[in-house]
Design a protein around this ligand. Structure first.
Ligand SMILES: Nc1ncnc2c1ncn2[C@@H]1O[C@H](COP(=O)(O)OP(=O)(O)OP(=O)(O)O)[C@@H](O)[C@H]1O
Ligand SMILES: [Mg+2]
Length: 267
């Protein structure tokens, strides 16, 4: 997959050169983090199986996530986008699982620095997926706290910001100038090439509506046999009014790939 993506980048550059214009820059190559090292998380194969983190399990199970990663890298690179939000029409479509698998797959790529932030302030689950015993509360970080007190590293190029406790007034907090400034500050510190925000579903709250304009694009995760076509259409239309729709991931597919249950479509 790495070779394929490298070949695609080369082909695009050659095409652009032939057309007499500069190639659109993809995400910049990884740079060193100059802050103190973040505490590492251990994510072994048993945890990966328990939590459906199939991006960690190598070739077969990781393939759908690697395909998604390549598409995300290509599209975001072409458009110069850095922040991708992950949302869904309704709850439990698999947003958090898809967001973390995408982050892990991107990190394995090795070329980019990745930041994944759990911004589902009502129902944070990243800490559970990572099986953290005493996850820090993100509220402190969003009010000016230090990254090192709130984030964990996986490998050298992935920073994970979980949240141990639901935050009251989540919609207001997500649109608060102090929150947005904190997110900018975290990016300045960690220097990610791609930032993934795990957000609540579109239905049932205005958290995501309020935050989406601060993301460059959004990935919509729908659940096969659960999400209805009208729900997906409405979600896509609403998201499209607030940011760029990067694509649709159809998760929980029983009839495609038994291990990952994962399909994608792109615009
Ligand atoms: N591809 C899949 N196949 C089967 N089950 C899945 C799949 N992806 C996720 N799940 C399961 O679905 C449940 C919900 O997943 P997850 O927490 O990722 O969804 P979510 O959309 O983030 O939920 P919420 O709306 O509560 O934030 C979990 O039990 C998870 O293990
Ligand atoms: Mg979630």
């Amino acid at each position: 997959m790495e070779r394929l993506e490298a070949a695609m980048v080369k082909a695009r550059a050659a095409r652009a050169e032939a057309l007499g214009r500069k190639p659109t820059p993809g995400p910049a190559p990884a740079v060193d983090f100059d802050g103190p090292p973040l505490p590492p998380v251990e994510l072994g194969p048993d945890l990966a199986r328990r939590q459906r983190l199939t991006a960690l399990l190598g070739q077969g199970p990781a393939t759908p996530h690697d395909i998604l990663r390549s598409r995300v890298v290509r599209q975001m690179g072409e458009k110069g986008w850095k922040r991708v939000a992950v949302t869904s029409p309704t709850t439990k479509c698999g947003k958090s699982t898809v967001a973390l698998n995408l982050a892990l797959s991107l990190a394995r790529y090795g070329q980019f620095r990745i930041l994944l932030v759990d911004l589902d302030l009502r129902h944070p689950t990243l800490a559970k997926l990572l099986e953290l015993r005493h996850p820090p509360e993100i509220a402190g970080l969003l009010q000016g706290g230090k990254l090192i007190d709130h984030a964990f590293s996986f490998g050298t190029n992935l920073a994970l910001v979980p949240n141990g406790r639901a935050v009251a007034r989540s919609a207001e907090i997500l649109q608060d100038a102090a929150t947005l400034a904190s997110l900018d500050r975290i990016e300045t510190e960690w220097k990610p090439d791609i930032v993934i925000f795990d957000l609540p579903p579109m239905q049932g709250n205005d958290d995501t509506l309020g935050f989406l304009p601060h993301a460059d694009c959004a990935l919509i995760v729908a659940a096969a046999e659960t999400s209805t076509i009208p729900q997906i259409d409405r979600c896509e239309a609403e998201v499209g009014q607030l940011t760029n729709v990067l694509g649709l991931v159809l998760n929980k597919c029983r009839y495609t790939d038994r291990i990952t249950g994962f399909e994608q479509s792109y615009y």
